[in-house]
Design a protein around this ligand. Structure first.
Ligand SMILES: [Zn+2]
Length: 260
């Protein structure tokens, strides 16, 4: 699989560059797998920022609402930057660095330069899902059938263009996230570890149902805290016909996912 290869490779390279240069780290895990970004270009941006700012932890994002944000803590910058900045000119890197360091924000036109850059690149970034890249039919579980069933059941307009796919295998981890919902793409991604014969259909279906509820109840902000599962979400989640059974099954089998 091409996508997985990219990620394995990207993660390894990112770790290497972080340790060999003794500088900041590069975080790519928030990016969808199918962007086709070039790692050398990503590293070039990271290095250019470090030349200007010293140690920079760079998080590349796919967030369409917040394009740039920066924090400075203990001689270290943490920049969250939209991936549209990969491949940008030196002048734009200067503007990013000026903004991060808080230098001459108003006077030197950095802010305006970034605004212009964003305005010029926003349209070229597509949040459309390429149907060719969706893979809903697993070896053991058919995600499309589950999604269609619940959509028919709920009959809600907002759910009609939600799409679903099996996700990629991430790096070894002590936690597992069975599913996620991408608001910008209206896309449910399911963890491929669920596609095994010993994982019962009703459990996979429960996760699909849970992710579908995210489309219904977007996260709420409550005094700077983000509430991802508000009470009305939980209430509806419990209405899943085999909810109790799903909870018990998860508790009993979670370790099996982490071992494999
Ligand atoms: Zn959730």
């Amino acid at each position: 699989m091409k996508q997985q290869d990219f990620w394995t490779w990207a993660d390894k390279e990112a770790e290497k560059s972080a340790t060999s240069r003794g500088g900041g780290r590069l975080f790519l895990s928030e990016l969808p797998t199918d962007l086709g970004l070039s790692l050398p270009e990503i590293q070039k941006l990271h290095e250019a920022l470090q030349e200007r700012l010293g140690n920079v932890d760079l998080v590349l994002t796919d967030n369409r609402r917040r394009m740039v944000s920066a924090k400075h803590r203990r001689k270290r910058f943490r920049l969250r930057v939209h991936h549209m900045f990969v491949g940008c000119s030196d002048a734009v890197v200067d503007a990013l660095a000026n903004l991060a360091s808080g230098k001459n924000q108003e006077d030197d036109g950095s802010r305006q330069r970034l605004k212009d850059y964003i305005a010029n690149h926003r349209d070229s970034i597509s949040y459309d899902v390429d149907p060719e890249k969706l893979e809903a039919q697993g070896e053991h579980h058919d995600l499309q059938a589950m999604l269609d069933k619940w959509r028919a059941e709920m009959k809600l307009e907002v759910l009609q263009d939600v799409v679903i796919t099996w996700g990629r295998y991430g790096k070894g981890s002590r936690t597992i996230r069975f599913g996620s919902y991408d608001f910008d793409r209206k896309l449910i991604r399911m963890h491929p570890a669920l596609d095994q014969s010993w994982v019962p259909d009703f459990f996979v279906e429960f996760i699909v149902y849970h992710e579908l509820l995210h489309a219904l109840f977007p996260p709420k902000k409550k005094s700077s805290r983000r509430i991802v599962h508000p009470p009305e979400f939980r209430e509806m989640e419990e209405m899943f016909p085999r909810y109790e059974e799903a909870m018990i099954w998860e508790r009993r089998n979670l370790s099996r996912f982490l071992e494999s």
